[in-house]
Structure formats: C-alpha cells, structure tokens
Design a protein around this ligand. Structure first.
Ligand SMILES: NC(=O)c1ccc[n+]([C@@H]2O[C@H](COP(=O)([O-])OP(=O)(O)OC[C@H]3O[C@@H](n4cnc5c(N)ncnc54)[C@H](OP(=O)(O)O)[C@@H]3O)[C@@H](O)[C@H]2O)c1
Length: 356
C-alpha cells in the first residue's frame, strides 16, 4: 500500500473489471469509494460489499451517472486517486453512435472536471481500450504499440464503441494538458484488449459473450478469427500499479499479452469441459458463407474485414514497466467459463462439476 493515497474513487464500481479493481484495492488496505448508477438495486450493490473478506475499510458507494453532472464532485471529494472505468460497453451496435460516444466523452470530462474543481486529486487512471489503438482491419507485422491511435474518421456505426473509447481517451489527454498550473493532476491510461477471466459479481456483461457462445455452441461453427486477449486480474493489477508508479504518469499501457485463434480458445474450453457435457465447436465456417451473410448483416461484415488476421500488441509496458507476469490465457478462459456457469450465465449441464 502506498502512503500518499488517502482514498481511491473507482467509477462504475459494479462493472466486470471494476469489481476486480475494488477487490484488489481493498485487499491492499486502501480506502475505496465506488460510483454506481443507482444505490437502490440490491442485486448489484449488495455483492460489491462482499468482494473483500474483512476489509480494513468498508467499501463506500455513491450514485453518479456519466450523463449527468450531479454527484461527481461529491464522489471525488477526499480522494487522492481516481480510477475511471465507467463507460458504456454494449453487446450490440447502437441505433446512433452518440448513444456511446456522448456518455463516454462527456462522462470522462465530467469526472476530470470534478477532479479539477474539488482539488486534492494527484492522479487519474482512465480505462481506455486496445480499440482506441486500432480497429485491426489492417495488421502490421510488428506488434502495435502505444504510439498508434485509432483513425476514427473512417469508422461506421458498427465501430461506435471503438470510436467512443478513442474519443474519450483523447478528451482525457487534452483535458489534462490544458489544466492550469494551480490545478494540475496526473493521468495514466490502461488499454486492455478482450478481457477474459472470472466474473466476480453482477450481470452477464459483454465480456462473457465469447465464452458463453463457445460453451453453448451458438453457433455450431466458428470463423477464422483471432482475438488479442488479457486477464481481468492483470487488468485490475495494472490499474492499481499505474495509480502510483511514477513511470506510469503521462503514458498509455497496452494490456494484451496474447493473441488467440477462436479455434484455440474453443480447444482450451473443450479440454476442460467436454467431459462435463459441453461441446464447444471446432469446425471453421467457410469464408464464402461469411461473405454471403455479410451482405445482410453488419456484424458479419466486420468479421469478414478481419477474417484470418492475427494482430499482436506490444507487451513491453505491461511486463517491463508495470512488472506484471500475465496469466496464461487458457487459465483465463477456463476460470471465466467456471464463473459463468456458477452464476447462471452459461447453461449448467448435468455432468457439470463445480470447482471447490
Ligand atoms: N471487458 C473488455 O473486454 C474491455 C476491454 C477493453 C476495455 N474495456 C473497458 O473497461 C471498462 C469497464 O468495462 P467492463 O468490461 O467492466 O464492462 P461492464 O461490466 O459493462 O462495466 C461498465 C461499467 O460502466 C458503467 N456505466 C455504463 N454507462 C454508464 C453511465 N451512463 N453512467 C455511469 N456508469 C455507466 C456500468 O454501470 P452499470 O453497471 O450501471 O451498467 C458499469 O459499471 C470500460 O471502460 C470498457 O470500455 C473493457
């Protein structure tokens, strides 16, 4: 635990990644405050209080919505560090891109404006994404680094999420750069790729979709796709380290140590779960079929764009600067699947054997 941290604010505390951050912060002995959209939802709020057994300080929760000004100054009051994870992360493309871009960009600005007005904040860590680095339509031979930025101008509605992440991150860097000398605070950014690993509480978010669909054979064939992946425990650790590490200030940090083919992911799940009654698919969907489907469906159009690509991201800052040895992605996948079955997000087969 670092001494100059008085209290840490985690925005969007009920999210998949944020719950791991809250847990790790509390286990390290920090005082933690989290924002949620509503305190009146016991299903969301109740389990958050139980993330850490015997915390030194009970988790404090306050209400704040990225779309509204109310609550943010009160949330930031008394916090020396802010970890801003909240942002819309929907499963499907929105009707209009502003449904994602407005809360992401304006919400990030609201959080930073509150830090500026309230004072006392030393550093903010923003959860961005590898989506803010590249849409992977073209994949260079060399790993993509923190210097690369998504080219938002050429993107359509299907890429609204990526656009929201890039524009929100850009807004954060611009905001901090323009801070007057008397209200300066530091900024570090975390850019995870597809996050795998156990779900601690809450509902079935977008992250569980890949594992759920493989485990439930939805559909029974898979495309020749690859995913840059990371583990949620490493992502949370990266936030906690970047909160105080001097070298993290003013930098982006890609968290994406591995790339896995869809088929490899399915195979890793088969090794653990076939004997328990699950049958993740292994057969590749023919490209011509995807091509035909892409005439009618924008998601398949996106799949066709990245079909057969094998993008890689630099793991330099993850390993060398943050000093994290990442989880084996097969472990992340299997841990995620177990947690999803136990929580009812994946059908529980009769042969299922929960872990101890
Ligand atoms: N999971 C991934 O693969 C991945 C990869 C790269 C980056 N990220 C980024 O990581 C962050 C956390 O994502 P996650 O995977 O943990 O997703 P998640 O479980 O959906 O969490 C998103 C959080 O943002 C909150 N939020 C959304 N809209 C909000 C609004 N208008 N006002 C206040 N809070 C709002 C949600 O609150 P509710 O619970 O009330 O909905 C939730 O707590 C996001 O910034 C996401 O873009 C995720």
């Amino acid at each position: 635990m670092t001494e100059n941290v008085t209290r840490v604010l985690v925005t969007g505390a009920s999210g998949y990644i944020a719950t791991h951050i809250v847990k790790q912060l509390q286990e390290a002995g920090y005082k933690v405050r989290g924002t949620v959209r509503s305190l009146t939802n016991p299903k969301k709020v109740g389990p958050l209080k139980e993330l850490c057994q015997n915390p030194a300080h009970e988790l404090e929760l306050v209400e704040a919505d990225l779309n509204k000004d109310e609550g943010w100054k009160e949330a930031v009051q008394g916090c020396s560090h802010v970890l801003h994870t909240a942002s819309p992360f929907p499963m499907a493309a929105p009707k209009h891109e502003d449904e994602l871009i407005k809360p992401a960009v304006e919400g990030t600005t609201r959080v930073l404006q509150a830090c500026k007005e309230v004072g006392g904040v030393k550093r903010v860590v923003v959860t961005s994404s590898c989506a803010a680095i590249s849409d992977l339509a073209e994949t260079p031979k060399e790993p993509l680094t923190e210097e690369v930025w998504l080219k938002v101008e050429k993107l359509g509605l299907i890429d609204a999420y990526a656009k929201s992440k890039a524009l929100a991150e850009r807004a954060a860097w611009d905001f901090v750069e323009k801070l007057p000398a008397d209200s300066k605070f530091e900024l570090a950014v975390i850019n995870p790729s597809v996050v795998l690993g156990p779900v601690l509480c809450g509902g079935a978010g977008t992250s569980v979709e890949i594992v759920r669909r493989l485990m439930e054979r939805d559909p029974g064939m898979i495309a020749k796709l690859s995913f840059p992946v990371c583990d949620v425990r490493d992502v949370a650790k990266a936030h906690v380290i970047a909160m105080t590490l001097p070298e993290a200030n003013g930098n982006r940090h890609i968290i994406s140590p591995y790339t896995m083919w869809f088929q490899e992911m399915s195979q890793a799940l088969r090794e653990e779960f076939v004997k328990q009654g699950y049958n993740p698919p292994t057969r590749l969907a023919p490209f011509f079929l995807l091509k035909v489907l892409s005439w009618f469906d924008s998601t398949t159009k996106k799949i066709v764009q990245v079909h057969g690509h094998y993008p890689k991201f630099s793991d330099h800052r993850l390993r060398q600067v943050l000093g994290i040895t990442p989880y084996d992605p097969k472990v992340s996948l299997v841990d995620m699947a177990y947690s999803c079955i136990d929580r009812g997000f994946i059908v529980k087969k009769t042969g299922y054997k929960p872990r101890d």
